[in-house]
Design a protein around this ligand. Structure first.
Ligand code: LFR
Length: 472
């Protein structure tokens, strides 16, 4: 016996609607729609093209319904970003977290609550785009006052599909306005930095039903009121970590796509001064687990470089070929700090990397192959360091690293991470996020049961990670 559910999974560069066939001994994904997610720069900054994404989701759900009987729908996306709402209507177009407007918000928020104080309250690493800083920037700009509610991206999609406005808890934990134990919104903190607590909707936990599809959505998708939207770990990283096939509990994970999220899973947060100084975060996971991790820049460094080279040359770059050439580079390449925020914004990535190196008197790679090798070495170095730091700060032993997401297809990255960490890397599954999404839905429907360990055991039984042993 198995059930079929639909996962809407939005990444920073593309989105997909997947069917998940899930049963006690079955876990299988079927892609029904893939679409680009291309941000739009307008006169007032960098935005998500949320309407196009929503239209693609509705089309994808229609395709899902034409392929199978869909028992429920779960939605996940990147974290922190939101739409402001007034009387149920969206005000303006959601900003992209890479938009530069947040700097003003950081200053405004820290003037009231310095980082050390915030860390005690929310346990989050400092990232200039954390929702509370974006809210503070909107407050400075005057737009926050117009809103009576704010919805994070997956919650906005769920609202448009069902008419229900909620805040799913794993993603809410990335706002900086949730108590570190995840129990409730920290309204006094929000109010103290000028963020009206009316903006924060009622919390729901992964597995809770959000609502039935609106009539208009039923017509548009061909699905019926019998297919509810169910909350999953709506933060993509929360869903990805659900599906990390950690059969040995002494393991670290790297969820590697645009970002590389590197850390361990814990039962309780680490709020020490050392963890704050290392800028490690305590994000809320499914079933109350804590994702103790650090954001490393991820494949963004490589994809932005490839985009720049393609623009400059007018040719399309074959990534597998470029990576093979990078693997064949024998001359040692320099390592730059892949955590440096100078690499956050889009545009001109090879120039920024070259400037970073030459400012420090380091040799700049010459060919694209050398550049690519330098980027992958730098990512692997940052990954290895973050794994060891996560272990040191949390006291958790780490015997192996699971690398999931798109980066698990990058063999050079997997091998160099194993080499630099001195630990085996188990690569895959690629679609960990969609797997975590459908697993939580299937459990909510009663089709499978058990703890996260049991869900992971199902992933381990139905996928085969590739092992990269560390070389001396
Ligand atoms: C990964 C991710 C990270 C978050 C970043 C920005 O897709 O969700 O976890 O820090 O995007 O939202």
């Amino acid at each position: 016996m198995s059930v079929t559910v639909a996962a809407v999974d939005l990444g920073a560069t593309s989105g997909r609607v997947m069917l998940g066939h899930v049963g006690p001994d079955e876990l299988r994904l079927e892609a029904v729609a893939r679409f680009a997610n291309t941000p739009v720069e307008t006169i007032d900054g960098l935005h998500w093209n949320i309407l196009e994404l929503y239209r693609s989701i509705v089309d994808g759900l229609r395709a899902a319904g034409q392929t199978a009987d869909v028992a429920s729908i779960g939605i996940d996306s990147w974290a922190v970003d939101y739409a402001l709402i007034r009387d149920g209507r969206m005000l303006g177009t959601p900003y992209h977290y890479r938009d530069a407007r947040t700097a003003a918000g950081v200053d405004a928020a820290h003037a009231v609550a310095p980082f050390a104080e915030l860390y005690r309250e929310n346990g989050l690493q400092f990232l200039a785009f954390n929702t509370l800083y974006q809210f503070a920037a909107d407050r400075v700009a005057g737009t926050l006052d117009l809103a009576d509610e704010a919805l994070l991206i997956p919650d906005l999609i769920a609202y448009w599909l069902t008419g229900e406005r909620v805040a799913e808890s794993t993603n809410a934990s990335t706002t900086g306005l949730l108590r570190v134990d995840g129990s409730e919104w920290n309204k006094p903190l929000a109010e103290s930095i000028g963020i009206p607590s009316r903006l924060l909707p009622a919390l729901v936990q992964p597995g809770q039903r959000i609502g039935a599809l609106r009539d208009a959505v039923q017509t548009a998708t061909g699905l019926t009121g019998a297919t509810p939207v169910v909350a999953v770990g709506s933060h993509d990283t929360a869903s990805a970590v659900v599906a990390v096939p950690m059969t040995d509990p002494d393991a670290a994970y790297i969820s590697c796509g645009t970002w590389g999220l590197v850390g361990v899973e814990l039962d309780a947060p680490v709020l020490t001064e050392a963890s704050r100084a290392a800028n490690f975060t305590n994000e809320g996971g499914v079933d109350g687990r804590v994702r103790f991790l650090h954001n490393v820049m991820g494949l963004w460094l490589l994809s932005e470089s490839v985009r720049a080279w393609e623009r400059e040359s007018g040719e399309t770059i074959d990534l597998p070929r470029l990576l093979a050439q990078a693997a064949a580079v024998t001359a040692p390449q320099p390592v730059f700090d892949a955590n440096d925020p100078v690499f956050t914004a889009p545009g001109g990535m090879p120039e920024r990397i070259a400037a970073w190196l030459s400012e420090r008197g380091m040799a700049v790679p010459q060919s694209r192959a050398e550049f690519t090798r330098c980027i992958v070495e730098s990512l692997a170095s940052a990954f290895a360091e973050a794994v060891h730091t996560a272990s040191d700060l949390s006291g958790k032993r780490v015997n192996a690293i699971h690398l999931v997401g798109g980066g698990s297809l990058n063999e050079l990255l997997c091998q160099l991470t194993a080499d630099r960490a001195g630990l085996p890397v188990l690569a895959g599954p690629v679609e960990a996020t969609a797997l975590g999404n459908v697993l939580v839905q299937a459990r909510a429907l009663g089709e499978i049961s058990g703890s996260l360990e049991e869900l992971r055991d199902l992933v381990a039984r139905t996928t085969s990670p590739r092992r990269f042993a560390p070389r001396a």
